[in-house]
Design a protein around this ligand. Structure first.
Ligand code: FAD
Ligand code: NAD
Length: 476
């Protein structure tokens, strides 16, 4: 085996494998080490995102959404299929096959790019050395002119409520339920709690979500969060805010959950509990203590805006460094560091990373929200357009929600866009591109949008920012 590489990447999630491929496109010699273990003991590339995150969760969101629509909306179209039945085994098998195909695809891509793929553990020792330990436990020392740490993240476990890998589970466990729990508790009303809570709610669980903070979805714009809470509540998700789960005790038939709200303690029984209270950097044994790597106050690897660690030519990217824990953020950092290593100019525009929550309706945003602009004392104007006035949303039976565009009062530049509604995750792409080009709402106003399309809602919201909406009354 070759022991010397231009670039050694530790971690083959969406941050690491993309960094490896981009580096190899420059003709650099690259090794990529990954230790991911599936439940059946097999290894696969793709990290959390492909194996236990983005992809399997979206597969289940799609299946459960179709089941929900078949159960509740088909009759509106005159389609009578009697009462649909969900076969959980088939649903899970479909999800597992998608994961297998995509992770197999990553291995194929790495090989096609002539990247040395090494299954096992990587540890940065300092200077330019990486210790690689294979699955049999035998170690070797590799030399890398450049090293990229892309070790990702893992779920936070609450000390008082440990995972039991069966009934009290993390997000990975919640993706693998083999039956629909009758009563499901979710601790944490963040992205995972809402997405996986929605999956099992649509399939028939009674879902209660317990959130410690008093505000719902506090990262989102307040108007969007308010609408989201209304919609989710209508769908049957019971959301307890400002509530602390203090214990989960298990007996043979149920899990007894104790929660505290307004100093009142309540006990309630559930069949399953999902703990989704955030993720922490996965840095166990990733570098030796004397390697020179430092951590920031949140325990993530310290990097500058170019993802350079405290050691020259050693980079860290993705979930193990500051910023949102999102696959596309990690991938763009992977591209950036590979380009920097190759001597190119590169940067990531951290101001407009899109966030998407794949609930129904979907929620998507990029740029600043009203609260952030107020705190920064920026003068802004708002354009709002409800999907209730969109012909395309109406015919899709998905007309709840809105597009909200915020732009500068001074020069009309778009500062933030917040969407709750059908295909929000797709719609946000247009405005990310517009913002990348520092567009104004006038640029969007003068751009022709197809009719009838959901994107017309973006056009109309841009028009509304100047009181020129055509298909909705403007503010007086
Ligand atoms: P990871 O994907 O975690 O990959 C890190 C890899 O490094 C792993 O394979 C790990 O085994 C390996 N590794 C770690 N340490 C070592 C070591 N020392 N030696 C060898 N290998 C090592 N994000 C989105 O953008 N969109 C979504 O829809 C989305 N949905 C999600 C749903 C769920 C349920 C979860 C849990 C997450 C979701 N995320 C989503 C977040 C997304 O998965 C992460 O942001 C993304 O995977 C981070 O990529 P990464 O490459 O930094 O790390
Ligand atoms: P999160 O940070 O989105 O939400 C965690 C929630 O749990 C927060 O609202 C927090 O206030 C709450 N919380 C924390 N401790 C608590 C406690 N003891 N009791 C009750 N509530 C508590 O984290 P997550 O949902 O676990 O997701 C982890 C990461 O994965 C996120 O950063 C997210 O970006 C990423 N992710 C992204 C997507 C997507 O892009 N669609 C989907 C899933 C996950």
């Amino acid at each position: 085996m070759n022991m010397n590489f231009d670039v050694i990447v530790i971690g083959a999630g969406p941050a690491g494998y993309i960094a490896a491929i981009r580096a190899s496109q420059y003709g650099l010699s690259v090794a990529c080490i990954d230790e991911w273990r599936n439940r059946d003991g097999s290894n696969s590339f793709g990290g959390t995102c492909l194996n236990a995150g983005c992809i399997p969760s979206k597969a289940l969101l799609e299946s459960s959404e179709l089941f929900h629509r078949a159960s509740h909306e088909f009759l509106d179209h005159g389609i009578n299929i009697n009462t649909p039945i969900i076969d959980i085994d088939v649903m899970q098998e479909r999800k597992n096959n998608i994961v297998k195909q995509l992770t197999g695809g990553i291995s194929g891509l790495l090989k096609a790019n002539k990247i040395e793929t090494l299954v096992g553990h990587g540890k940065f020792l300092g200077s330019n050395q990486v210790e690689y330990t294979d699955l049999k436990g035998s170690s070797s020392i590799l030399q890398g002119k450049n090293i990229v740490l892309a070790a990702g993240s893992s779920p936070i476990e609450l000390k008082s409520i440990p995972f039991d890998s069966d009934r009290v589970v993390d997000s990975w466990g919640a993706l693998d339920f083999t039956e629909v729990p009758e009563k499901l508790a979710v601790i944490g009303a963040g992205v995972i709690g809402l997405e996986l809570g929605s999956v099992w709610n649509r399939l028939g669980s009674n879902v209660e979500i317990f959130e410690a903070l008093p505000d719902f979805l506090n990262l989102a714009d307040r108007d969007i969060a308010k609408e989201a809470k209304n919609q989710f509540t209508k769908q049957g998700l019971k959301i307890h805010l400002d509530t602390k789960v203090t214990a989960v005790k298990s007996n043979t038939s149920a899990l007894c959950l104790t929660y505290l709200k307004d100093d009142n303690e309540t006990e309630k029984e559930f069949d399953r509990v999902i703990v989704a209270v955030g993720r922490k950097p996965h840095i166990d044994n990733l570098f030796s203590i004397d390697s020179g790597i430092t951590l920031d106050e949140s325990g993530r690897i310290n990097v500058d805006d170019k993802c350079q660690t405290s050691i020259p030519r050693v980079y860290a990217i993705g979930d193990c460094v500051r910023g949102p824990m999102l696959a596309h953020k990690g991938s763009e950092e992977g591209v950036m560091v590979a380009e920097l290593i190759a001597g190119d100019i590169a940067e990531v525009n951290y101001d407009i990373i899109p966030s998407v929550i794949y609930t129904s309706p979907e929620i998507a945003w990029t740029g600043k929200n009203e609260m952030e602009l107020e705190e920064a004392s920026v003068d802004y104007k708002i354009g709002l357009f409800p999907f209730a006035a969109s012909g395309r949303a109406k015919v899709m039976n998905q007309s709840s929600g809105m597009v909200k565009i915020i732009s500068s009062k001074e020069n009309d530049q778009i500062l933030g866009v917040h969407i709750i509604g059908p295909m929000a995750g797709e719609l946000i792409g247009e405005v990310v591109l517009a913002m990348e080009f520092e567009a104004s709402t006038e640029d969007l106003q003068r751009t022709i949008h197809a009719h009838p399309s959901l994107s017309e809602a973006i056009h109309e919201a841009a028009l509304a920012a100047d009181n020129r909406a055509l298909n909705f009354p403007n503010k007086k």
